[in-house]
Design a protein around this ligand. Structure first.
Ligand code: ZN
Length: 161
């Protein structure tokens, strides 16, 4: 890191390689922090992303820790439940059951999950915190109100404070 920074003419003579924990507002506490801010390092895509895009596909990273925004998680949940209910703890049975488990989910159900995910996204786009978004999605699902991609004003007002 030191050599790279020196090659770029950045003053790093008295800096350590990296802090145990960088200060959040620091820009030059250590070599690692400085290098992280270099444009070419910031814009570097991951190997996974490069391989996927080189094969002509889109690589879209979803938010970490927000499985509600990734409806394949609902799909995997049902597949795992199916496998669990039809399990005899042998690999042969697992291989036989996997395609059946995948086929057990119909397209209409998958579309419902997608719509639910859209409602989560709408709630977050409208500035709702997780709890408010959860209520919004639940109310929509239980048909307490019907609104396409719009949060009723009374719900939005309730979470303004
Ligand atoms: Zn640092």
């Amino acid at each position: 890191m030191r050599v790279v920074l020196l090659e770029r003419g950045l003053p790093v003579q008295r800096l350590r390689g990296k802090c145990k924990k960088c200060k959040p507002d620091s820009f030059d506490c250590c070599c690692k922090r400085i290098i992280e801010q270099q444009a070419d390092f910031k814009e570097q895509r991951s190997l996974v992303q490069e391989v996927i895009e080189a094969a002509g596909h889109l690589c879209i990273f979803l938010l970490k820790f927000h499985c509600e925004l990734n409806f394949i998680e609902y799909f995997w949940g049902v597949v795992k439940k199916y496998l669990c209910e039809h399990c005899d703890y042998t690999f042969e049975t697992l291989k036989k059951n996997m395609p059946e488990a995948l086929d057990s989910v119909n397209m209409q159900t998958i579309r419902c999950w997608e719509h639910r995910m859209q409602r989560w996204m709408d709630a977050y786009r409208n500035g709702m915190e997780t709890r408010a978004a959860q209520i919004h999605v639940r109310n929509y699902s239980s048909k307490k109100y019907k609104s396409h991609r719009r949060i009723p004003e009374q719900v939005a007002r309730a979470f303004d404070q």
